[in-house]
Ligand binder design. Sequence first.
Ligand code: NAI
Length: 328
Amino acid sequence: MKQPVRVAVTGAAGQIGYSLLFRIASGEMLGKDQPVILQMLEVPFEKAQQALKGVMMELEDCAFPLLAGMVGTDDPKVAFKDADYALLVGSRPRGPGMERAELLAVNGEIFIAQGKALNEVASRDVKVLVVGNPANTNAYIAMKSAPDLPAKNFTAMLRLDHNRALSQLAAKTGKAVADIEKMAVWGNHSPTMYADYRFAIINGESVKDMINDQEWNANVFLPTVGKRGAAIIEARGLSSAASAANAAIDHMRDWALGTNGKWVTMGIPSDGSYGIPEDVMYGVPVTCENGEYTRVEGLPIDEFSREKMDATLAELEGERAAVADLLK
Ligand code: NAI
């Protein structure tokens, strides 16, 4: 049996946490031969800590053979101590009447503190996934607050958008999700994201040619994927949690264990390619191997795509400007 690895999860008593922790402990994220120690962070309020205790009792009651230990805490430095993986799920939701700037500021404070704590106590190889919204900007803030860790260790979750796009394409083409390759989502995890199937293939055949309907792309597909979160809230009365947890598992599993040449989407700090300024936490297609992700390079960007990619970039640049003062 391998040595256990330490997996930190914030917002552990929340809805996504409840769908996520049991799957990590069962080996779905890092493999059925990889023991894990769960290090769970919640806010220091009694209700949240009490709920976290309940989740830990249930984890115990599953008697997972791979669960080698558990820590529940309200201190980021305890949760992130020697962490090999950190899933930053907890964040402040937008309250009634809360302005976007205010939301960015309260979350800015959370992710500055968590970035600093990761910087201080986490493994130098820690792989960080930010799920809590605004995910890209929160990941950017954490990265900037952890100067001693490699910037490439910080990522934001675009995988739910990626998976949503795959399912829409499978439905449209009547093919299996598993057969779709080379799908990409660019930009921010928000309705401005640009799901791009220009390069996608199914058994070697072009998905774009198969669909051959730009109207559908612009007026049905992109709005459906972009507004899916809102549609789920309307239908369920609660935001997507199981699918978000599933996407987080997919993201981390692929990063850790590799994609076998398949493209997946990750929000990663830009290297300046595709006209995206350096450091912007932007969704791009990647492949993963040996615990590292590699951006898919050199894809042609047509006029429609440029416009979409610039619009989602503009939103991210706006968010980055709004938190610039906090990061000084
Ligand atoms: P939730 O409200 O059920 O749970 C969030 C939990 O985080 C709460 O228990 C809260 O006490 C905790 N929390 C808040 N601030 C914290 C902090 N500073 N440290 C530790 N814990 C903290 O929310 P849910 O449904 O679990 O969603 C979590 C986040 O994920 C939200 O920001 C949501 O918008 C985001 N999300 C992101 C998606 C993505 O694709 N990137 C998809 C779906 C949700």
